[in-house]
Structure formats: C-alpha cells, structure tokens
Design a protein around this ligand. Structure first.
Ligand code: ZN
Length: 241
C-alpha cells in the first residue's frame, strides 16, 4: 500500500521576496518544484529529506520560481464573455462606458458622453459589432500607445537606449514583451487600462533593454524611472478582470 503524501508548508525566501509553498512528501527520489497556473508553488520532496536540505535546494531555484510567479501575474485575466448588446459596459483607457448600439448604413464607433456608440448595419449582428469595436480599440491603442511610448521612453533614451520601436498586436498571454531585436510589443487589449498602467507596462518592457530578467538591476532601474511601479503593477492585475 502506498503511503499517503503528507502535506506541509515551507516558506521560500529570495531577496526580499517571500512565498509560502505547499510541501508534499513523495516516494520520488528527485525534488520537484511546480509553479501552478494560479501562481501557487508546490514542492515535492523525497520522504525523509531534511527540511534544511530542501530549503537550500529550493533557494537555489529562487530566481526561477519568482520569475514564473511574475510571468503568471502579468497574464491578462480572461475577459468576461461580451455579448455586444446595448447596456453592456466596456472599458477604455481605464473608464467604463456603456454600450449603445444603433442601426446605420455608415458603420462606425464613437464616444458620446459616457457611452460607446456602435453604429452597425444590423444591431443584432454580434460578430459585426465585435469587429467594429475591435477596429476602434485598435485605432485607439495605436494613437495612445505611441503617445505614451514617446514620453515613457525618454528617460531610457537618456540612459543610452537607442530609440526603440513599438509593435502593437493581439497577445493571448501577456501585456507586453521585449524582443531580442529590441522592440517593445504591447498587447492591443491593454487599451482597456488607464494611461498610467499602460505607462507601467511600457516601462517594464523598456527596462528589459538593460536587464533581461526581473532581478535586482531591473528592479532598481524601474524604481528610478517609475518609483511607484509596484503599486501600478498591482493595480493592473486588479483592473482588467
Ligand atoms: Zn518582464
């Protein structure tokens, strides 16, 4: 009969960061570290292995563990299913707008007071309405991201960064990235967030031009350029659910 795994907890410390992981004792011989999609950490360790030994081995993986946690934290939340009907609320640049759909032979989208008006050929053609709104969001994203990018890139350019280029596209798993060829890629869906949160993502990615990981160098550069970056990061994680 196999022994039932015994569940314990272990605190993982790395730099100033802490996380409580679930510690599972198993009959496996190797230590295994899992960062789950929820950001929780689970350690499977051989039965009988000393806790200090486990702590030491986990600590050596600290950079990797916290990088995984950060990647998960940056993932966009799944947008609730939208039906593109009048009365539904949609976010744009951090503000909530009520959708209003009207029939028109000149399909377009416009902001009118607190409303987001979709003039559609047919008011109950949801794919048509969705495409119109998506096109509008893409236009807004291009306009706003470019403006913000110019402003946010300035201190990095002063630090010697060659003027970087910006790419805007749909991304399914993250808000932005920094490519090896030196481009900042931003998720078009970020246009739902307020400009200060957009600034944070741009800043986050530009700091990767100097430091590829999220280590101390990266953190201190970010702190210099955007002292309240951690607050913005937390807000971004909560804003677009
Ligand atoms: Zn990053």
């Amino acid at each position: 009969m196999a022994d039932r795994p015994v569940r314990e907890q272990i605190e993982i410390c790395w730099g100033e960061r802490r996380v409580i992981a679930e510690l599972l004792r198993t009959n496996r011989r190797a230590l295994r570290i899992d960062v789950r999609p929820t950001g929780e950490v689970a350690i499977s360790a051989p039965v009988g292995e000393e806790i200090e030994e486990i702590r030491g081995r986990v600590h050596r993986k600290g950079a990797w563990i916290f990088a995984q946690i950060d990647t998960i934290a940056q993932r966009p939340e799944v947008t609730p299913k939208r039906r593109f009907i009048s009365g539904e609320t949609h976010l744009l640049l951090g503000r909530q707008y009520r959708l209003s759909i009207e029939q028109s032979n000149d399909p377009h989208v416009r902001l009118e007071g607190g409303r987001l008006v979709i003039s559609a050929r047919s008011t109950d053609d949801q794919p048509h309405c969705r495409r119109l709104l998506q096109a509008f969001y893409t236009l807004k994203a291009r306009e706003v991201f470019r403006q913000r990018f110019e402003v946010v890139a300035e201190p990095f350019v002063r630090k010697g960064l060659k003027r970087p280029s910006l790419v805007i596209r749909a991304m399914s798993k993250r808000w932005g990235s920094f490519t090896p060829s030196g481009r900042v890629v931003l998720n078009v869906d970020l246009v739902r967030a307020s400009p200060r949160l957009i600034d944070y993502v741009i800043c986050h990615e530009l700091a990767h031009a100097f430091f590829p990981d999220h280590g101390d160098g990266w953190r201190s550069l970010l702190k210099t350029v955007m002292p309240d970056w951690e607050k913005r990061k937390a807000q971004l994680e909560g804003a677009l659910r």
